[in-house]
Design a protein around this ligand. Structure first.
Ligand code: ATR
Length: 290
């Protein structure tokens, strides 16, 4: 029952219709029997400042932030974590007694999901990341904190990979960082040395346009390497299907979504998130089985 004790959580975005966060967060709230509700709010860029002020005014424990506000919202907050500052984006705001702190749980959510679902440890490993956009930023920051041997950023627009390497890599002199264009020649040697290959691009979303096998082939990827895709619609992307055919272990995209949400839930409520309940709710909403 919703009454005067009920705390309101939510997500601010524009558009907001596509988000799965209310489904997974309300499933977690229900499972733990908390007096809370999580609501999607359609917040346009012109209303972002007032919407953030309303978190304090309404005594909300916090909110998630999604496109297109993840970068600009930082100017309206009282503080940001080091990780969010390095990434340059906030996906979770926590309200502690009227003090708003911006966090970024995307990268940590990715790493938690990777470890939980495959047991992979990044320390000392060679990691190849396809993409250099917002998602790659979060993942790269979290991976660098785990002290890998090397990270290769592969992007269609190589300048974007170079800026990401410069922004995040400068503080990690001990990690070798390579940037390469999405072309077979420069990419192949990196693939042959990889322990983990991550697709952080939108390629493969909606079941469309897999990577051209003439550019990206998994034939020479070491057999114990893991192939990971952050796309979760479909769950079995073309990239993961080819990885299964070459006998590689795969890591699916839904885990990152669930775990970034679980970390937010824990920050707002102080309770351990019921991750399996959240996963089941997401699978049901997507109308898919694992
Ligand atoms: P997000 O926040 O989801 O990461 P983004 O910042 O727009 O979104 O980044 C999208 C990433 O997917 C980029 O690395 C982009 O490559 P470019 O920087 O060259 O644009 C990559 N991407 C999108 N469509 C692609 C395609 N068809 N082929 C290769 N890379 C693609």
């Amino acid at each position: 029952m919703i009454d005067s004790e009920t705390k309101v959580l939510g997500i601010f975005g524009d558009p907001i219709g596509h988000t799965l966060s209310p489904i997974i967060q309300n499933a977690a709230i229900k499972e733990l029997g908390l007096k809370m509700v999580y609501v999607p709010f359609h917040v346009t860029p012109g209303n972002l400042k007032d919407a953030v002020a309303s978190i304090k005014a309404l005594g909300m424990p916090g909110v998630n932030i999604t496109i297109p506000h993840k970068e600009r919202v930082m100017e309206f907050l009282d503080a940001t974590t080091d990780e969010a500052r390095k990434i340059g984006a906030v996906n979770t705001i926590v309200n502690r007694d009227g003090h708003l702190t911006g966090h970024n749980t995307d990268g940590a959510g990715y790493i938690t999901s990777l470890k939980a679902e495959t047991g992979f440890e990044c320390s000392g490993k060679n990691i190849v990341i396809l993409g250099a956009g917002g998602a790659a930023r979060g993942i790269m920051a979290a991976i660098l904190a785990e002290a890998p041997a090397s990270v290769t950023l592969v992007n269609r627009t190589v300048d974007r990979a170079d800026s990401l390497a410069e922004d995040l890599g400068s503080e990690c002199a001990e990690v070798k960082i390579h940037t390469v264009p999405l072309e077979k020649g420069p990419l192949q040697p990196r693939i042959e040395a990889a322990d983990l290959l991550i697709n952080s691009t939108s390629v493969g979303m909606g079941g469309k346009v897999p990577f051209n096998p003439l550019v990206l082939s998994l034939d020479k990827l070491p057999s114990e390497a893991i192939v990971s895709d952050i796309v979760y619609k479909p769950l079995n992307t073309a990239l993961l299907r080819s990885a299964k055919m070459t006998g590689h272990t795969v890591h699916k995209g839904l885990g990152m979504l669930i775990h970034q949400g679980a970390l937010g839930f824990e920050l707002w409520t102080g309770e351990k998130a019921p991750v399996e309940t959240m996963r089941k709710a997401a699978l049901k909403a997507l109308d898919i089985t694992e």
